[in-house]
Design a protein. Sequence first.
Length: 105
Amino acid sequence: MEIVRQRKPERVIGPFGEALSLNDLPKNNMTRWVIRRKAEVVAAVNGGMLTLEEACERYDLSLEEFLSWQELIDKAGLPGLRISYLSQYRTEDRARQDELEKSGA
């Protein structure tokens, strides 16, 4: 029986509408993550060019960190990836968790 595997795309659409290839992605020794680089990695995973596991391994990211980037883009777009927005989001999220714990939910 022949196994049919889907080929990974050679290019995906980046966060600003540009075509991205593996060579266009951030280098794997990245130490400073700016909005654009985070969004490019998320676009590569969402487009199937990288698997979630490959992205986390390539960029030494935790699963939670990558998923938080993806969630922030879904909720607030690229501005959601700003550190100041992330801090505000986490503060609001913690407040909601505290309220849920107090109410016994």
